[in-house]
Design a protein around this ligand. Structure first.
Ligand code: MGD
Ligand code: MGD
Ligand code: SF4
Ligand code: MO
Length: 703
């Protein structure tokens, strides 16, 4: 209990209690900070408010902000040890250039001049604020693109409609492919503040989140679309439809009704592996609720059927009127601390401010705000991340600039990516750490400041914009990404034209307020000071908005489509790509664990997290393990048509079903993406990370 209070966390999973060893000294006597700087956690999209403790110019501690509306003082194990990421010995400190195969230290002017004189075409265009560059994409395509595409198709715009408060007020919370106990731990605390809620978890594994549920649906891999269409079928058949809502605010109901006719409970049971009774109970529980909330994460997005699954989720919420009010929303939980950033402000899936590439009016509005000719605003999105990699393989792209992402660990089908990066004439890697698995391929390394060393805002899943602040100086000559971009604009002689007078992130924020004004993601009433004072402000936030008010989208039933109505869209379940067969009989599922962050450049250097989770493992059902005569804790290889992950620890556990295995993707040295496949959602282009056919072999004759 003391430990739990110490870490301010009570997610119901005992393991967290062990995550903090008081003797490891988060605030030891020698490390009492002289001052505390308020900021927002730099890991996940929950967006917890915290303070960084600074002593003698070094970050020595963190603590939760008790007044913050998101976390009310609590932090998860990663957040609690976050100051260790700043001081790690593998920080990138100086620009480095590859000369005769060795990396040599150079100055910033030379580093940026190198870029320019190399006629770094893609980069040059990209730096011109994205104007005219087609080939620009964000890590979000590995993560949120599916939710974005789904929302745009259903509602006419991106933007998760609900608020975290809904977790506390909903009667029913349906979590689909979202393991919040590991990946958004503080959301569990919000859920636990709602004793009346019925929690339904849809996940092929018995995750820690499933253990918190009233009803767990251990669905077969990627059969969610069949399940949701089956729920819609039952809701319509039993007349649990909110007819007034459907009539007033949606289009397409008749087509939807026809499209779900064949999703009878028996057929859906056969596809999903669930019983017809459980499917029926889920439909009735959801549709009879006063307010029902659906939250989903990567179990939905990481799929070739992801966008359609999001549309089916939106359909279910719309026909039951579960959107735009307290406790009711179809809500995509986002991933990183600022996963919303490239969505709202970037050039990836939309023009800044959720403007549409294809809308002439939107392009004109942007051109006039920026005072540039409209022809310079692209009229279609460029290549998406996997298509950029494809273009590199086909030598249509010769140079690449990778910023704040580590694809050698995180991109699917590693072999193909390695081939692509090796064939580049020039690769720039701009990262806070060095070396990283991706920087091994770089010609030029640019050292970046990280969380704790720079200023700006993050937007969390509930569209809450929170402030991040600089507590300490970056190491060596590392610079904030923002400063690198300004320096580059200078080197390219476009600074006065495109970023006139900009010195600090506050200048970009002021322009962004103007660019977002009147849009769904309206920031125009915000100021850094007000954001700070309230622990974050939710958009839309035009001037005059009450900062304490909980903000939701579509409360008035008006959507961002041309006719203002939400679209009910028919969807079709299909089997996932690469079904298991005799040679590769298991479905490989990949994902996360609470202790680690993605490619482990950060958490791999935090002693307590490393001690808890030092190496990769594969989870397998005991029945399969016995059949293959594998011993618990023995070493195995995970093999697919594309590659082999060697020497992974075998964990026998009933939490995975027979015929499935699960491997975390955090470990570069046992990289799960050596075996995942190059299959992508046709609409969002997001990778299908959650299903690949593999077999499991004993490693090198060892047991
Ligand atoms: N500790 C920690 N927290 C993180 C991160 C981290 O790296 N570490 N990363 C952050 C980021 S960027 C993201 S995107 C989020 C991701 O958060 P989550 O999406 O919760 O994480 P995952 O573990 O990738 O996948 C979630 C679940 O999907 C399930 N799943 C697999 N296949 C299917 C399926 O066919 N149907 C259904 N219904 N479920 C399926 C998996 O079994 C898994 O439990 O976490 C964020 N938080
Ligand atoms: N098999 C499998 N693969 C997956 C997933 C999965 O579930 N299964 N999940 C996918 C998802 S959802 C995601 S989000 C991706 C994540 O994949 P990545 O984005 O590749 O993961 P990170 O480790 O977060 O990489 C961030 C990089 O930026 C660096 N960095 C940190 N802060 C800064 C900064 O301020 N500036 C700069 N310039 N660099 C910085 C870090 O050191 C690190 O190298 O992985 C995807 N890959
Ligand atoms: S829940 Fe997410 S935002 Fe909160 S402390 Fe943990 S990692 Fe940071
Ligand atoms: Mo993500």
């Amino acid at each position: 209990m003391t430990l739990r209070r110490l870490i301010g966390l009570d997610t119901g999973a005992e393991r967290y209690a062990y995550a903090v060893d008081p003797s490891s000294g988060y605030v030891s006597a020698q490390k009492i900070p002289d001052r505390w700087i308020s900021t927002t956690c730099g890991y996940c999209s929950v967006g917890c408010g915290m303070f960084i403790g600074v002593k003698d110019g070094r970050a020595v501690a963190v603590r939760g902000n008790a007044d913050h509306p998101v976390n009310r003082g609590a932090l998860c194990p990663k957040g609690l040890a976050e100051h260790h990421t700043i001081d790690a010995d593998n920080r990138a400190r100086y620009p480095l250039l590859r000369r005769n195969s060795a990396m040599t230290r150079i100055g910033w002017d030379e580093a940026l001049a190198t870029l320019v004189t190399e006629e770094f075409y893609t980069l040059g265009k990209l730096v011109q604020l994205g104007l005219g560059t087609p080939n620009y994409d964000g890590n979000t395509t590995l993560c949120m693109a599916t939710a974005v595409s789904g929302y745009k198709r259903s509602f006419g715009s991106d933007g998760p409609p609900g608020a975290y408060e809904d977790l506390e007020t909903a009667d029913v919370v349906l979590l689909i492919g979202a393991n919040i106990a590991e990946n958004h731990p503080i959301l569990c605390s919000r859920l636990r503040a709602n004793p009346a809620v019925t929690i339904i978890v849809v996940d092929p594994r018995v995750t820690k989140t499933a253990m918190l549920a009233d009803l767990h649906l251990p669905i077969r891999p990627q059969s969610d679309l069949a399940l949701i269409n089956g729920l819609i079928h039952l809701v319509i058949e039993h007349d649990l439809v909110d007819h007034d809502y459907v009539a007033a605010y949606t289009t397409g109901f008749d087509v939807l009704r026809e499209s779900v006719r064949e999703y009878t409970p028996d057929r859906v049971a056969a596809i999903t592996g669930l019983t017809a009774d459980v499917i029926y109970r889920t439909a009735v529980t959801y549709a009879s609720a006063r307010a029902a909330f659906i939250a989903w994460t990567m179990g939905v997005n990481h799929s070739t059927k992801g966008t359609e699954t999001v549309n089916a989720i939106d359909n279910l919420a719309l026909i039951t009127g579960n959107i735009g009010r307290a406790g009711a929303a179809p809500f995509s939980i986002t991933g990183q601390c600022n996963a919303m950033g490239t969505r709202e402000a970037g050039f990836t899936s939309s023009l800044p401010g959720y403007r549409r590439f294809e809308s002439e009016a939107d392009r004109e509005a942007l051109a006039s705000l920026w005072q540039v000719p409209v022809e310079r605003i692209p009229s279609a999105r460029g290549l998406a991340y996997p298509d950029i990699v494809e273009a590199v393989l086909e030598r249509r792209i010769r140079a690449l600039w990778i910023i704040a992402t580590n694809p050698i660990v995180s991109f699917p089908n590693l072999g193909a990516l390695q081939q692509a990066l090796e064939s580049l004439e020039f690769l720039v890697v701009q990262d806070g750490y060095y070396p990283t698995p991706t920087s091994e391929y770089a010609h030029l390394v640019l050292p970046a400041a990280i969380w704790g060393e720079k200023e700006g805002t993050y937007t969390n899943s509930e569209r809450r914009v929170s402030k991040v602040n600089r507590a300490v100086a970056p190491p060596g000559e590392a610079r904030a990404d923002f400063d690198i971009f300004l320096h580059l604009a200078q080197a390219l002689s476009v600074r006065d034209e495109l970023v006139p007078g900009w010195q600090t992130p506050a200048d970009a924020f002021e322009e962004w307020k103007r660019v977002s004004a009147g849009r769904l993601c309206d920031y125009s009433g915000m100021t850094y000071a007000e954001i700070e004072r309230h622990g974050g402000l939710q958009w839309p936030f035009p001037p005059g908005t009450d900062p304490r008010e909980t903000r939701r989208l579509y409360g008035d039933g008006r959507f961002e489509t041309p006719d203002g109505r939400a679209r009910l869209l028919p969807t079709t379940w299909e089997p996932f790509p690469e079904a298991p067969d005799a040679e590769f009989p298991f479905v490989l599922n990949t994902g996360r664990t609470v202790e680690h962050w993605h490619t482990r450049t950060k958490t791999g250097k935090v002693p307590i997290l490393e001690r808890l989770s030092p190496s990769a493992w594969v989870e397998m059902n005991p029945r399969d393990a016995r059949r293959l005569r594998l011993r618990p804790q023995g070493r195995v290889d995970v093999v697919s048509r594309r590659g082999r992950v060697r020497g992974v620890e075998l964990r026998m556990t009933e939490t995975v079903a027979p015929g499935q295995v699960f491997v975390p993707f955090h470990y570069a040295e046992a990289n799960a993406n050596q075996v995942t496949q190059s299959a992508f959602d046709p609409i969002s282009r997001e990778p299908n990370y959650k299903q690949s056919a593999v077999r499991i072999e004993r490693s090198g004759g060892a047991v």
